[in-house]
Design a protein around this ligand. Sequence first.
Ligand code: FAD
Length: 398
Amino acid sequence: MSTDFDHIVIGAGISGLGAAHFSARRGLGTLVLEASDRVGGCINSQTLDGLGGFWTEGGGHTCFNSYGNMLSILDDLGLTSQVQPKLKVGYSLWKDGKRRKITSALHFLEAARSIPRIFKAPKAGRSVRDYYGEVLGRRNYQDLLRHAFQAVICQPADDYPAEALFRRKPRRKDVIKAFTFAEGISAIPNAIAAQKGLEVRTSQSVSEILADGDGFRVRLKDGSELTSRALTLAVPPDAATQLMPAGFEAARAAIADIGVAEIETLVIAVRKTDLDLPPTAGMIAVEDAFYSAVSRDFLPDAQYRGFAFHYKPGTLDPDAQLQRACTVLGIRPEQIAAQARIHNRLPALRSGHAERVAQLDTALAGKRLGVTGNWFIGVSMEDALTRSRSEDERLFGN
Ligand SMILES: Cc1cc2nc3c(=O)[nH]c(=O)nc-3n(C[C@H](O)[C@H](O)[C@H](O)COP(=O)(O)OP(=O)(O)OC[C@H]3O[C@@H](n4cnc5c(N)ncnc54)[C@H](O)[C@@H]3O)c2cc1C
């Protein structure tokens, strides 16, 4: 059957762009379809209006030299030499309406007693609360770690699978440990999408996929159709469930109950002269309406400082969110130089997740349908790209 493309990828977050990059580099005719009007998904270096190009990360903010798949893409695109080191600034806690040191919540004796367990405590199949409560102590988990993890995944952390958070990966010694780019992490999705040999169409929401003979028919919301020999779904789990074509019922059933956490992100910029706050990586909130406030202080600007407040959904209305951000930063609302609102979504993984993925993989074996995302190995950009790489190899060979 002759098709419009060898490979269609749905979703232009880092998972989809990675999948497209790998197949385009094989010489396959690759198209990416993205529902929103920009690429990057959760990577969103938000340029704020009227501030001469000043940006703040509304989503993913840090890449590490342990991100091997990411770095291989940056090598392919000639971007590795452009990475910018991140200034070393620490996080603090926001608790009971005050900024506090991280160490103020640490129970040193308990940690010292518990840490040796890190070498023998099993991680597989356990929740974050069980595993980290054992290796750092219950009180340390309750008072500190729980909030720190919630700040990372922007959702309640207790029941999240421990193995989906943090894994040791080999580091590339020739690259700085934690990095960004002069224009923010969005430089990565933008460069992948702009390369020759890869076509990306934004504002193209896919409504249905039909398995058609050896290939696929992709139906867009505007009613048009495209065909491909192979197809990769790189969308959040609820969207992947909805788009799973007829004939893939076992695959759909395997992922149907994977949840998604909604995050209401408020990005604000403040003139440096208006802010009496030492340079900070951000704040980890303890029992507040937001999980974290991530700053842009890691790459200082001459005039402005930026912050992304990641709020629990439906807890505060937009005005109250703004007010809370002002309280945390110690400013008045009229001192906000610019603001933007972003809706972020992250997978809400639960116990038994590895079994769900195994069932999905069994159902996909031998098919030309790939499924990738930040909901397989873990939520980091590298976890997403690791899945995209293995799906590329499954679909198109080593
Ligand atoms: C606040 C925050 C901070 C983070 N910090 C870091 C960090 O510092 N380091 C790190 O490694 N990771 C970080 N992460 C995680 C990481 O950024 C994300 O997990 C990753 O970027 C997700 O990529 P993805 O492609 O899997 O999904 P997404 O980015 O969600 O992309 C999915 C895409 O699919 C599109 N889509 C959905 N439905 C359709 C449809 N029907 N048709 C067409 N397109 C569709 C969506 O519009 C979206 O663009 C952070 C995430 C957040 C939210």
